[in-house]
Write a protein of this length. Structure first.
Length: 263
């Protein structure tokens, strides 16, 4: 695993939707080594408040020098992040963790909910870069239409032609949960499903994949303090509930669905 610590310079910190921002940084070492599904740990302040770094999925790399991070303002750390301006520096450690496995995929479906959309865009870019891209369907869910911002169009701009949306309030696309669309848009051929989002959403996706015999990879989102499995704060139980716990930062954040206990 190649990882480093960089003083990344902020290029843009744009607001995409209420409380949702996309941060573009110059971080050549991280950009060069990053793979879809990996993340960085960001030191939000040079002071000790907040003390801990924040984990952020890599939304995409731009060329060989820049990365983008998608985040939602939910607390003090992300409020500080939203206040940063171009030219300021942000200390990043990364890329961390194990990303998505694309080996041998013929037909893929990406299922993202809320901020879980962040790492799936990077994955979609890698899929569409292939000489012969596999059959690709993208399913995205949010609480309301405004939370999507420009993200659905971003997927279309990189060549994704089959993209379906769902909103909890029915303001755009399917009125309901995004997992409900799987049986509508996937046939019974072998599929590889990649998913990231709220735990209940992923649990529903995994359940459908088991029923249909589809391979499923999940990108888990948990609170973590260190990113290197030293603090043990991101421990999750294995599927068989025996043996040592898995650690999202080190063993993941991407796992085969069958490795995880979906409690």
């Amino acid at each position: 695993m190649n990882q480093c610590e960089e003083q990344a310079e902020i290029v843009r910190n744009e607001q995409l939707a209420p409380e949702i921002f996309r941060l573009t940084l110059t971080a050549p070492e991280i950009a060069w080594h990053a793979h879809p599904g990996q993340f960085v740990m960001a030191r939000i302040s040079p002071c000790y408040d907040p003390l801990l770094r924040r984990p952020l999925s890599i939304h995409q790399t731009i060329g060989s020098h820049q990365i983008q991070l998608l985040y939602k303002v939910v607390g003090k750390g992300t409020r500080i992040l939203a206040s940063l301006s171009p030219g300021q520096k942000l200390n990043l450690t990364g890329p961390l963790g194990h990303g998505f496995d694309l080996a041998g995929t013929q037909a893929v479906c990406l299922v993202g909910g809320g901020m879980g959309i962040a790492p799936l865009y990077f994955l979609a870019k890698e899929i569409m870069r292939a000489t012969t891209p596999p059959k690709c369907i993208v399913l995205l869910g949010a609480r309301t239409a405004v939370e999507f911002g420009p993200l659905p169009q971003d997927f279309i701009d990189i060549g994704v032609t089959k993209i379906y949306l769902a909103t909890d309030d029915g303001s755009l696309g399917h009125h309901g949960y995004i997992a409900e669309l799987l049986h509508q848009h996937l046939d019974f051929h072998p599929w590889t499903v990649y998913t990231c989002g709220p735990h209940p959403m992923m649990k529903a996706v995994v359940s459908q994949c088991r029923k249909q015999g589809w391979e499923c990879q999940v990108s888990l989102e948990t609170m973590m303090a260190c990113g290197i499995a030293a603090c043990l704060g991101c421990a999750i139980p294995r599927a068989d509930l025996s043996g040592p716990y898995l650690h999202v930062c080190k063993d993941g954040p991407v796992f085969k669905a069958e490795e995880v206990a979906w409690l």
